[in-house]
Ligand binder design. Structure first.
Ligand code: HEC
Ligand code: HEC
Length: 190
């Protein structure tokens, strides 16, 4: 073989290997998730927040939830009544309200290709409009093994809305169970 052919052969082997690997990696079902997906950024669960206005306005009272956790219809409803926001007033100036809503809609779960966004979307009924991520079936299924005393009775957590208290890489969009560290309890090991 001349050098050119050798190179071609090498490329072919490399391509086949990565194809095989990615098949194993992507062919996961919910309970056997393989998170070692080095071939693309889809190892992230949801797209990270990249909107400074959103981060600032909606991240001041709590974790700035990635838009990919809820469908468009949820964000529209939530943004339509910020005055009555879970017992708080989170009203915004009209301009900020509009630009943040645009951002949320564009990056909503049903408009995203990230793994968990697709699963959340798939788990919801058409007419379901959850206002909380923590109210979705998908979320409940993922958290049902956690005792209440780790959450409500835990001063450092308080409620499920406090994603970043337990998920150490929440900010970056990564929520793997191996990255969980519950304050006062420790690493999650099930
Ligand atoms: C003035 C404080 C405040 C601001 C500002 C605020 N929120 Fe909230 N938000 C709350 C409170 C309080 C809760 C309920 C938390 C709990 O139950 O522990 C909440 C809950 C939520 C939840 C549900 C979380 C869950 O449990 O799944 C979402 C989604 C949410 N907020 C989105 C937003 C968005 C989008 C904005 C920006 C437009 C925003 N919030 C701004 C106070 C605020
Ligand atoms: C009290 C701590 C705690 C809080 C708060 C919390 N989680 Fe979790 N989460 C966990 C634990 C523990 C697991 C692993 C559960 C298991 O494997 O049985 C988990 C699992 C998950 C998973 C599945 C991970 C996997 O590898 O399958 C996702 C997705 C997730 N959480 C998202 C969220 C989001 C989004 C929020 C906020 C709205 C949140 N969590 C709030 C503790 C928490």
């Amino acid at each position: 073989m001349n050098l050119y052919r050798k190179l071609l052969a090498l490329v072919a082997v490399a391509a086949t290997t990565s194809l095989l690997l990615s098949v194993t990696v992507y062919g996961d079902d919910d309970d056997h998730e393989d998170r070692h997906d080095w071939f693309s950024q889809s190892r992230l669960d949801v797209a990270p927040v990249k909107n400074p206005a959103y981060q600032e306005e909606c991240g001041s009272c709590h974790f700035a939830y990635q838009p990919g956790w809820l469908p468009e219809r949820s964000w529209r409803k939530l943004m339509g009544d910020l005055e009555n926001h879970f017992g708080d007033n989170a009203e915004l100036e009209a301009e900020a309200q509009k630009s943040i809503l645009d951002y949320l809609v564009n990056s909503a779960a049903d408009n995203s290709n990230y793994k968990r966004s697709k699963r959340i979307t798939g788990s919801l009924k058409q007419d379901e409009v959850p206002l909380r991520i923590s109210d979705t079936v998908y979320f409940k299924r993922k958290h049902h093994e956690i005792p209440a005393r780790y959450i409500k009775d835990n001063m450092e957590v308080g409620s499920y809305s406090n994603c970043a208290a337990c998920h150490t890489r929440a900010e970056s969009g990564s929520f793997g169970e191996h990255e969980v560290n519950i304050p006062g309890v420790g690493r999650w090991d099930d």
